[in-house]
Write a protein that binds this ligand. Structure first.
Ligand SMILES: [Zn+2]
Length: 134
């Protein structure tokens, strides 16, 4: 069972890395180790940490980093749990694409969900897209 879980995690990280080439990703947002500290300090991620401790809600901790396992378009994805302070950067990267211009709410949300998670994501994205003035 443990071995199976490890295999899934390994597969997930490879899958996530391959997506980083064309997706906004942790690498775009972070260039140091502040991530883990910010995840712990963020009150809005408190429940996620609690659930990860009891293996509930799809939350997992890998190398100290909090992730959420979800399904997007039938694919299992490993989403980085984003602290509040970084959510605007993630939304900007997903919404304001060099190649496709400013995406609508649904497409922006779908792009984010391939790599990222945070509570109330749907509402945040709606607000961000609706208030984008560029
Ligand atoms: Zn826009």
């Amino acid at each position: 069972m443990m071995m199976m879980m490890m295999m899934i995690m390994l597969y997930q990280s490879v899958f996530t890395m391959s997506m980083m080439l064309c997706q906004p990703s942790a690498k775009c947002v972070y260039d140091n180790n502040d991530l883990i500290k910010e995840q712990h300090d963020d009150v809005s991620l408190g429940q996620c940490w609690d659930m990860a401790k009891v293996n509930k809600g799809g939350f997992v901790v890998d190398h100290g980093i909090l992730y959420h396992i979800d399904k997007v378009d039938g694919q299992r994805v490993c989403q980085l749990c984003v602290p509040t302070s970084r959510r605007d950067s993630v939304m900007r990267l997903a919404h304001d694409s060099v190649f496709s211009g400013h995406l609508g709410e649904r497409k922006t949300r779908e792009r984010i969900r391939l790599s990222f998670f945070w509570p109330q994501l749907r509402q945040s994205v709606r607000q961000y897209v609706n208030t984008c003035t560029e």
